[in-house]
Write a protein that binds this ligand. Structure first.
Ligand SMILES: [Fe+2]
Length: 371
């Protein structure tokens, strides 16, 4: 059954966070749990407190990067027997994912967080409101939730976890160049992957195409902290999130996850490394090739090779590496890890969405060639 799932309302405007009381009141939300981390609290805690006015609130501020199932269980048990109209997540992907899982556990204390799946209802008893403070992950509009346990990362999802309300205010986003580049490249890759994914549709293509164009022309400005560029990057990251949440990501994410976990490289940087090889590999598929040719027209180039050159130039202009060697990783050491990278990639669930069935030898070649 094909369907396309969106938040019910997306509020977007610079400084809209200052109208938080009005927004929540309009949505009939009177009692909230704010979930955030210490960093966000230091940067914008006072501003949020002022903006909330008479809204009844509690805070949960102990979210750490890459949240674990144990941390969520502890958090939920400290909040047991309390009821909230909404959980308001203010932060990056980890905070939003933590909030989704917390909403599951508060609604159903017996729920097994490790087995959240798209096929079983989770009966949320609280609304989810997302206020993302980075422009990239798409977690504010996605059905996905990434948690960790002893064995590593668990990527799960359920469409009831798409936040009901999304509030986009780019004044909350970082000025640190490295974060702006890595999150912006992640959103750029989400768009290309959403287009290539074998479950894409005209709906997801529309969001992804517009996100590619806007990110291509605005990431540089966002790095320089130009307000209009930052506003557009924030909206584009969400458009890319809507696209990939409804279609899936593909080979650049499968390979990027494996690379990032093996060499401890940031997610956006890792998936960016495998975007151009993925475009070249996936253009074997005639339908995907036609879709890439639409992107060629949007970015004003004639063919797929022209597209990859244009992306390479874009990467250089913002400081995103195109090759593994650009990261200073030793070639012999890298080659010694290729078999492991291949086996991790083959186990990555995102590879199932790739439009071309990628085998062991194909992946090996891509990894070796990307050095
Ligand atoms: Fe990503």
């Amino acid at each position: 059954m094909s369907f396309f799932k969106l938040p019910r309302t997306v509020y977007f405007q610079r400084d809209i966070i200052d109208s938080l009381q009005d927004i929540l009141s309009k949505e009939n939300i009177r009692k909230i749990l704010i979930v955030t981390d210490k960093n966000v609290l230091t940067l914008v805690g006072k501003r949020i407190e002022t903006a909330l006015g008479t809204i009844e609130r509690e805070y949960f501020t102990d979210v750490l990067p890459e949240p674990t199932i144990g941390q969520i269980q502890d958090g939920a048990s400290s909040l047991r027997s309390k009821e909230f109209d909404a959980i308001v997540a203010i932060g990056g992907g980890s905070v939003i994912d933590f909030s989704k899982a917390l909403a599951v556990k508060i609604s159903n204390p017996q729920a097994d967080l490790g087995s959240i799946s798209p096929f079983e209802s989770i009966n949320l008893k609280t609304k989810l409101v997302a206020i993302p403070t980075t422009s990239g992950t798409g977690s504010d509009v996605s059905f996905g939730v990434v948690l960790s346990n002893k064995e590593g990362k668990l990527a799960m999802g359920n469409y009831e976890l798409v936040p009901e309300i999304d509030i986009l205010d780019s004044s909350l986003t970082p000025t640190d160049r490295k974060i702006v580049v890595a999150t912006g490249i992640d959103a750029f890759v989400h768009s290309f992957e959403a287009i290539a994914a074998n479950t894409s549709s005209a709906f997801t293509d529309a969001f992804a195409e517009r996100a590619i164009e806007t990110i291509f022309y605005n990431l540089k400005g966002a790095i320089e902290n130009e307000e209009q560029a930052k506003d557009l990057m924030h909206i584009s990251a969400t458009m890319a999130g809507i696209a990939f949440s409804n279609s899936g990501t593909a080979s650049a994410h499968a390979l990027g996850h494996s690379f990032g976990a093996t060499f401890h490289v940031t997610h956006g940087t890792s998936v960016g490394l495998f975007l151009i090889p993925s475009i070249l590999y996936n253009s074997q598929d005639p339908l995907t090739r036609d879709k890439y040719l639409r992107i060629c027209r949007i970015l004003n180039v004639n063919d797929i090779v022209g597209l990859t050159k244009k992306i390479d130039g874009f990467f250089k202009s913002v400081g995103q590496p195109s090759r593994v060697r650009d990261l200073g990783i030793d070639e012999d050491y890298y080659r010694s890890r290729v078999d492991q990278l291949v086996s991790l990639s083959l186990r990555d669930s995102e590879l199932a969405f790739n439009p071309v069935l990628a085998g062991e030898e194909d992946l090996k070649k891509i990894f070796v060639d990307t050095y």
